[in-house]
Design a protein around this ligand. Structure first.
Ligand code: ADP
Length: 423
């Protein structure tokens, strides 16, 4: 009986063991399946990794080609700078520490074995240009504007005087932080000397022409007055035309004379208080008297009093108005608006004419600059009016600029410090 019981117990135990084995087998099969799936996943991850590696290798190759190209362009630029008799300079926007190439140091007579202090550099620069350079530095660093300056320097070792040109701008890192204010430095002595000689010549010729022209103008005016009711209509008409042409010639010669005076520093600004709107009105009236088919629309708002050289400012207004007439179709309107703004008293002369391309708008105020265009090539001019206007406005600490859409007219603006709210 006891042995039957033992046999029974053994059988039950065996069954239990078999069940456990079965359970374990099942669990093993599940784990195997999972392992198989993970293996497959690993396989595809491996494949992706291999592809990424390949891409990385390709990118690295491109990168090293680009680095090579960059360093060869840098070499070429340095070569070009060298052959073009140029140097490089850089100023730290925070510490104002200066670094410059040997070319610049040699030109200024500074020691080449160390970087110069700003004070030392300024000793080589003509004192008349110190404040202009400091303003350029200030506006470049605070507003990020690019700079283009020309000034005379005296070599601190040899005492030789030269003219130099420095162009520069502020460079930012990719987060927009200022990294350096740097650029190129050129010796422009030869060009400047040519310019000064040309200028002297123009000044001399204009001066010589002015005397006979003044006599001629006076004679024509008297004759015109005496003979305006002459029986022969041709005489009266002819003298009228001669009068207009002589006036044009006088204006041109006066322009050349003013340029040469400006550039030799012989021009003086005689300031007096006056209402800028009144000057604009006088200039427009004069133009209406001389005869025009254009319609002038005058308006003003605010106190327009300024402290400035009245005659010179009148010549600026006259030049802007003449241009508006010259470069816009007959019988269209030209508006002249004077207003008190945050920047000072502002004059705006708006026409409905040919307009100005953006590329030209930046250069219009340069000396002798004229737009090369079929729509304006038949219009006479020397490209000095806007240059003179800009020089006069700048000498009053004002600003002059133009806003235009090509083909849709132009508005020229200039500002002068207000007498009511001086800077
Ligand atoms: P000028 O008229 O004698 O050539 P300016 O210095 O007065 O010289 O003008 C320079 C150039 O600017 C002109 O040749 C002309 O192309 C352009 N310009 C000036 N004023 C205007 C205007 N109101 N509309 C279109 N172009 C203008």
């Amino acid at each position: 009986m006891a042995s039957v019981f033992v046999a029974c117990t053994e059988t039950t135990q065996k069954v239990k063991n078999l069940q456990k084995i079965q359970e374990l087998n099942d669990a093993l099969a599940v784990t195997n399946e999972e392992l198989y799936a993970s293996n497959e996943e690993l396989g595809s991850i491996n494949e992706e990794l291999a592809a990424a590696n390949e891409q990385l290798a390709e990118t690295q190759e491109t990168l090293s080609t680009l680095v090579k190209q960059l360093s060869s362009s840098e070499e070429k630029i340095l070569q070009a700078i060298d052959t073009g008799k140029m140097g490089t300079w850089s100023i730290d926007p925070y510490t104002l520490k200066v670094t410059m190439s040997d070319f610049v140091k040699n030109l200024l007579g500074l020691p080449v074995d160390r970087e110069p202090e700003m004070e030392m550099i300024m000793k080589a620069v003509d004192p008349d240009y110190h404040s202009m350079l400091m303003n350029a530095l200030d506006s470049a660093i605070t507003n990020g504007s690019s700079t283009d300056t020309e000034y005379p320097v005296t070599n601190l070792i040899t005492g030789q005087r030269k003219w130099v040109k420095a162009t520069g701008r502020v460079f930012n890192d990719r987060h927009g932080n200022k990294v350096e204010y740097s650029g190129l430095f050129m010796d422009i002595t030869e060009r400047k000397m040519d310019e000064l000689r040309k200028n002297d010549f123009i000044g001399m010729v204009s001066h010589e022409l002015k005397t006979p022209l003044t006599t001629l103008t006076a004679l024509i005016q008297v004759l015109h007055k005496k003979l305006q009711h002459h029986d022969d209509a041709f005489i009266a008409g002819g003298l009228d035309k001669a009068n207009t042409q002589v006036k044009k010639m006088s204006a041109m010669i006066n322009g050349f004379l003013t340029i040469s005076r400006l550039e030799s520093g012989k021009i003086t600004i005689n300031k007096e208080p006056f209402d800028l709107f009144e000057v604009v009105r006088d200039v427009a009236d004069e133009r209406i008297l001389a005869g025009t088919s254009h319609q002038f629309l005058l308006s003003s708002d605010g106190d327009c009093h300024v402290l400035a050289d009245k005659d010179k400012i009148a010549s600026v207004v006259s030049n802007l108005l003449s241009n508006a007439v010259k470069y816009s179709p007959k019988r269209t309107a030209i508006s002249l608006h004077v207003s008190l703004t945050a920047r000072g008293v502002c004059v705006a002369v708006a026409d409905q004419g040919v307009g100005i391309r953006k590329a030209d708008a930046e250069k219009l105020f340069e000396r002798y600059y004229r737009v090369e265009d079929h729509s304006t090539k038949h219009i006479a001019g020397f490209g000095i009016g806007l240059y003179l206007s800009a020089e006069i406005v700048e000498r009053h600490e004002g600003r002059i600029w133009v806003e235009s859409e090509f083909g849709e007219g132009a508005t020229f603006y200039f500002t002068l410090p207000s007498l009511k709210f001086p800077h």
